[in-house]
Ligand binder design. Structure first.
Ligand code: ADP
Ligand code: MG
Length: 372
């Protein structure tokens, strides 16, 4: 049963990080009220929400309290408690459902579902025992990458294996948690496709981003991605196929590897994605606005890119140098998420630059030496 949620009603968000904050800001523009559940009192989203429920994500009483004050419930990350969300669905309106969470929080299930949607993933095997690991390496051959099935992000929970010398460390991981083992893909480019879909089955894809990672953490997203029209078309078809297979409502980010003229799906995220932040300035509808429209049963807007753009992440170590150079860069749209501790490699904010000369803008970013 789908519903229309109107301004003045309350959107409840599970998770109070930057994605929740930017969702909340988009929602508040249209006059929605926002409630957030997060263990931190002063979370990035808590700072802009109307109602804060300070408790763990798996706290049943807190989830019930969130449901009590909210007319619709969404989430800003996939590592929430699946059973808890199922329970909430018994008495609250959760249009995205819990299935998407069950699938995307476990790489074993996620990869299997992507294949079922008819789109290719990197050759992989499921590794739950040391024997599985040996068999997997034999089957796939070095180099491979071992990823914990659950809970990884920004390259955490991953180990690259290039020879037998890496086996010992891999075994230690495998002995403690289930994993998947993947063939390393010699990609030319990484891209991501963000698709939104509402309960009426209407769906749109944002302009495709080209993603540059440094130390497994997203560094830059360049839009439009510098890929051929054929790749663009393939990426859109793949995202549509997966969204339909999963009966998507809300947002799905699809990370992909481009290998010459082929595409391989890397992973999914059932929520707004770091590579879509550029859309706040550079599109007529941001990924956060479109997400709110989708879960509130509003018609979706056809995305349009105003100008090419690049988004650069600000990690803990970049905040002070970037702030020191602000005065020289009126073209920077600065976003800081309100996190107090600027820890090394922690995502603290980002900058978006719209440009009619991407090569020059990328060169100028290098020249600032903030990220080098
Ligand atoms: P996370 O959840 O940390 O984002 P990903 O699976 O997206 O995990 O891996 C992070 C990054 O590591 C990818 O964006 C890509 O650059 C690299 N990577 C992951 N898997 C592979 C692979 N099979 N082949 C080559 N590079 C990979
Ligand atoms: Mg990833």
């Amino acid at each position: 049963m789908s519903k229309v949620i109107y301004p003045g009603q309350t959107i409840g968000i599970i998770g109070g990080g930057q994605l929740g904050r930017m969702m909340a800001l988009a929602a508040k523009e249209a006059g929605f009220r926002v409630a957030v559940l997060d263990p931190a009192m002063d979370s990035p989203c808590g700072q802009v929400a109307d109602i804060r429920i300070v408790a763990g994500y798996e706290d049943q009483e807190a989830l019930a309290e969130l449901a009590e004050v909210s007319d619709v419930i969404t989430y800003e990350f996939e590592n929430i408690d699946y059973a808890g969300l199922k329970k909430v669905m018994e008495y609250a309106y959760v249009p995205q459902g819990a299935e998407l969470i069950r699938i995307t929080q476990d790489r074993r299930i996620e990869k299997t579902e992507i294949e079922k949607a008819g789109v290719p993933v990197a050759p992989f095997t499921i590794v739950e025992t040391v024997e599985d690991l040996h068999r997997g390496i034999e089957q796939l051959g070095y180099p491979v990458i071992l990823k914990t099935a659950r809970g990884g992000y920004d390259g955490k929970g991953q180990l690259k294996l290039t020879s037998e010398g890496d086996l010992h460390e891999a075994q230690t991981i495998v002995e403690s948690v289930p994993c998947v083992l993947e063939k390393i893909i010699p990609f030319t480019t990484e891209i991501s496709t963000i698709i939104h879909r509402n309960a009426a089955g209407e769906s749109y894809i944002l302009p495709i981003a080209e993603n540059i990672h440094v130390n497994h953490i997203l560094h830059q997203s360049i839009v439009p991605a510098r890929v051929t029209n054929a790749i663009e078309k393939k990426a859109e078809l793949a995202a549509k196929a997966i969204a339909e297979h999963l009966d998507l409502i809300g947002t799905l980010a699809v990370e992909m590897f481009v290998v010459e003229e082929d595409l391989i799906i890397n992973e999914l995220a059932p929520r707004p994605h770091n590579s879509g932040h550029y859309s706040i300035e550079a599109c007529n509808v941001s990924q956060f606005h479109q997400h709110i429209r989708a879960i509130c049963g509003w018609p979706l807007r056809k995305p349009r890119l105003w100008e090419s753009s690049v988004m650069v992440n600000l990690l803990g170590q970049h905040v002070v140098p970037a702030t020191n150079q602000l005065a020289k860069h009126p073209e920077w749209s600065l976003h800081l998420y309100g996190k107090h501790e600027a820890k090394e490699n922690r995502k603290m904010g980002h900058i978006t630059i719209m440009t009619d000369d991407m090569e020059r803008t990328l060169f100028e970013l290098e020249e600032t030496t903030i990220w080098s």
